[in-house]
Write a protein that binds this ligand. Structure first.
Ligand code: TAP
Length: 510
């Protein structure tokens, strides 16, 4: 029995900050897959362990689904789609159900944030301040949007009526990463469900628990059985089965570029399902020499690379700074980094928690090693800390003297590691910024309007922020150029395009 499973939430928001460490001890988790409105064991009866990255301890065991479970979940989603229990509801009815769901997520925010922190290692206060409000806002935005989208009548001859209508695409498979599990789940589910589709979610094996708690809230909100399903398990088995399933009409993936490629292959080798990929990044933050006040800039740069332990696809991991101000900026940055303490994710004031798992921590440390070997100058951090806790913590790390050919400047580290690269001219900054296979995001700091326009247009990335580090809100699209994305955009009305088919209907008038 899950504590806090009833409406109203065990840990209400808008109250004093609870003792999260004490609450964590009393939490019970859903650990079975959620298929056709019910929590069920995996067909094979297998389970896998989920670990708390802050302590290295096992939190619980979760059903390990494989292709057999995916078959059952997809069949349920397909049946729900075809009989119209959700897909044929009036948009305003789907809106109401999604609004109820958003309200339930909001009411249960503290519990969900705690689950997210235990499973992912992020500071619980970050989950409360960022992940949960984002998930709620996403659900609300797409719920509100869906009965305000009009179809079209095209300007054909007067004895013809030609309608251009949007219809739900059908069964959507969604494969989710571990860095913002619930926020990204909501980013998929909001437009997918608002549009009338059914969905089968495959969360990352490291961070499954919040998706299962969310599933309970889906049922409580009155969304019919079969419309929303969660298959828990591993990418190579459950994820691949979803990607290859002939009855999945669209596969929406967020994760690494490497795994994203597989989904194109799965689609090509199965039913040519639509594939939408939101992938990695190596985003530049460019600081021109015309800036005056460095303090707000260093604060933004720190958020850009340190928020969420640097496990952020749009992290500003390459600092491109004009050589004239590099020393001053670096000094201010080093001072400011001291305010980003690494600590227990459940303790108030912790700004950097644990990275997701030991393997990933070692991968980040491997990049730090390669930075040293390739001639980077380590100016702060670089080590594992808090080892005595059993958790996986890494200090905020800065490399100076990096050139854009080094491994740490080219590959996505997905950790709190910043590479500082200097430039002499605006043109050189643009050239370095674009010299990457990725194109997810970029930031630019300048007081010169001409430079702001020129650089923001010249950068090949899906989001360019000038004088800020912004990931936007629901009203603007989010996604990547080049190898950072494929097939669409999340957020905003653009997200609805991804999960709908366009149909033309011709009518000859007599
Ligand atoms: P991945 O290793 O790519 O995993 C993402 C998901 O794919 C997980 O659910 C994983 O399952 C599954 N998966 C792994 N191998 C698979 C396979 N062979 N077939 C089918 N599914 C498979 O990414 P991650 O490590 O979770 O997340 C970090 C990456 O995501 C970074 O590169 C980051 O940039 C990117 N990311 C991008 C964005 C956007 S919006 N562009 C947002 C967040 C994260 P298991 O984990 O269960 O194996």
């Amino acid at each position: 029995m899950l504590l806090g499973a009833t409406t109203g939430g065990r840990f209400m928001t808008n109250t004093a900050r609870p003792d999260f460490a004490a609450l964590a001890k009393s939490l019970k988790f859903r650990t079975q897959a959620f298929i056709n409105g019910e929590f069920v064991d995996a067909v094979g009866g297998e389970e896998f362990e989920t670990i708390n990255p802050a302590t290295g301890e096992v939190i619980t065991k979760i059903a390990e689904c494989d292709a057999r479970d995916v078959d059952i979940a997809v069949a349920a989603a397909k049946a729900a789609f075809e009989d119209g229990r959700w897909s044929k509801l009036a948009p305003k009815e789907r809106k109401r159900a999604l609004q109820r769901l958003a309200a339930l997520v909001e009411q249960n925010s503290q519990e969900l944030a705690l689950i997210e922190s235990l499973d992912n290692g992020k500071p619980v206060d970050d989950a409360i301040a960022a992940d949960l409000p984002d998930a709620v806002e996403t659900l609300k935005w797409h719920a509100e949007a869906i009965d305000k989208l009009y179809d079209q009548v095209s300007p054909t001859a007067s004895d013809l009526v030609s309608l251009v209508v949007r219809e739900p695409i059908g069964v959507v498979g969604a494969v989710i990463p571990w860095n913002f599990p619930l926020a990204i789940l909501a980013m998929k589910v909001g437009p997918v469900l608002a549009g009338g589709n059914s969905v089968v979610i495959k969360p990352a094996e490291q961070t499954t628990l919040s998706a299962l708690r969310f599933a309970e809230l889906v049922a409580e909100a009155g969304i019919p059985a079969g419309v929303f399903n969660v298959v828990t398990g591993f990418g190579e088995t459950a994820g691949q089965a979803l990607g290859r399933h002939p009855d999945v009409d669209c596969l929406s993936f967020t994760g690494s570029t490497e795994v994203g490629r597989y989904f194109l292959k799965y689609s090509a080798e199965s039913n040519l399902k639509r594939v939408i990929l939101e992938l990695g990044g190596k985003s530049p933050a460019i600081v021109m020499d015309d800036v005056d006040d460095l303090q707000p800039i260093v604060e933004q740069l720190a958020i850009g690379i340190l928020f969420s332990q640097g496990e952020n696809c749009s992290a500003g991991s390459r600092l491109l700074v004009h050589e004239k101000i590099k020393d001053r900026l670096l000094e201010a940055l080093l001072e400011h980094f001291k305010t980003w303490n690494v600590g227990d994710p459940l303790v108030e004031g912790t700004r950097i928690g644990a990275v997701i798992e030991e393997k990933h921590m070692n991968r980040i440390l491997g990049y730090i090693e390669s930075g040293l070997k390739e001639g980077g100058r380590l100016v702060c951090g670089g080590k594992r800390v808090r080892e005595e806790t059993g958790g996986f913590y890494i200090e905020p790390t800065i490399f100076d003297g990096v050139n854009n050919a080094m491994t740490i400047a080219r590959e996505e580290i997905f950790g709190p590691v910043l590479s500082v690269i200097t430039f002499k001219t605006v043109e050189e900054a643009i050239q370095i910024a674009n010299d990457t296979p990725y194109g997810l995001a970029a930031s630019l700091y300048t007081n010169n309007l001409h430079v702001a326009h020129k650089v923001s247009r010249a950068i090949r990335a899906g989001t360019v922020s000038v004088n800020c580090f912004s990931e936007g809100d629901q009203s603007v699209p989010f996604g990547g150029f080049k190898q950072s994305g494929f097939g669409g955009r999340e957020k905003s009305f653009h997200a609805h395009d991804q999960y709908t088919e366009v149909k033309t209907i011709w009518m000859q008038l007599k």
